[in-house]
Design a protein around this ligand. Sequence first.
Ligand SMILES: NC(=O)c1ccc[n+]([C@@H]2O[C@H](COP(=O)([O-])OP(=O)(O)OC[C@H]3O[C@@H](n4cnc5c(N)ncnc54)[C@H](OP(=O)(O)O)[C@@H]3O)[C@@H](O)[C@H]2O)c1
Length: 266
Amino acid sequence: MAIFSSEVFKNQHALVTGATGGIGYETAKVLARMGADITITGRKEAILKQLKEVILSEQTQVNIDYVVADLAESSDREKLIRSAQNTFGPISLLVNSAGISGGSIVEELSQDVLERIMHLNYTVSILLSQEIYKTMKENEVGAIVNVSSLSGLRGTYGGAAYVGSKFALNGFTQSFALEAIKHNVRVNAVCPGYVDTKMGRDAIRKKADRENNSFEEQWEIESRNLPSGRITTAEEVANTIAFLLSDAAENIVGEAVKISGGSVMR
Ligand SMILES: NC(=O)c1ccc[n+]([C@@H]2O[C@H](COP(=O)([O-])OP(=O)(O)OC[C@H]3O[C@@H](n4cnc5c(N)ncnc54)[C@H](OP(=O)(O)O)[C@@H]3O)[C@@H](O)[C@H]2O)c1
């Protein structure tokens, strides 16, 4: 099976959250190349508009629409799902890529920051999936990929809130996968380490400040520490997501697929 051919997701409707950010943006491009109808969402309309134009310039035949939504708000989530399904019909592929990082060492962590991170990274991923799963279950077809992190598999210094949210997301992925597979809906997660996106660069910058290095020095150190010798690109994560959504991953259920350049092996 040519998993990246333009026929793979023909007649399927993909919803990609976090499409204004590095990983979601590349994922939308890859899924469009693979023939899906695409709904992209984020809060920044200008980037959604630009991504739509980029995709249409590459794939003139693709059906793509965007919906501006703040996923932290239930009314926006409802609007998003309604608008997406009215435009392209039932969503059969869902990528939960919207996420926020941040937080601090536990002593300095405020309840507000903790709750904001848990809400978007964990609760919102469940609530969106729950809603979209209704039609997936009815139609007995679907695949969901949650964009988790290596931070969902082991702790990091100062990462209590973010790490907790990604451990929780992996737990959700496993439990939901057991329920959903009974209805031919596969649920999986990807767990990248640092990715070359705004979030990844911010995390490296934060570590550089802590360790009294420049950003460039820290980037170099982090790259050198990886067996592969380099930071993962957003497109590499997008390709893994596309694989997990496709029938090529037919018996992969409830997995947390690492993209770590060889840094975490277990
Ligand atoms: N980059 C990394 O190193 C890395 C590593 C492991 C895992 N991840 C995970 O990968 C996912 C994508 O991250 P990224 O690297 O692409 O980061 P990014 O470039 O910072 O993008 C984050 C995305 O989340 C969206 N978002 C944030 N708050 C939102 C809200 N309230 N409502 C709707 N959308 C919201 C942003 O949209 P707007 O800005 O338009 O609101 C943006 O599209 C995240 O879940 C992240 O935890 C990233």
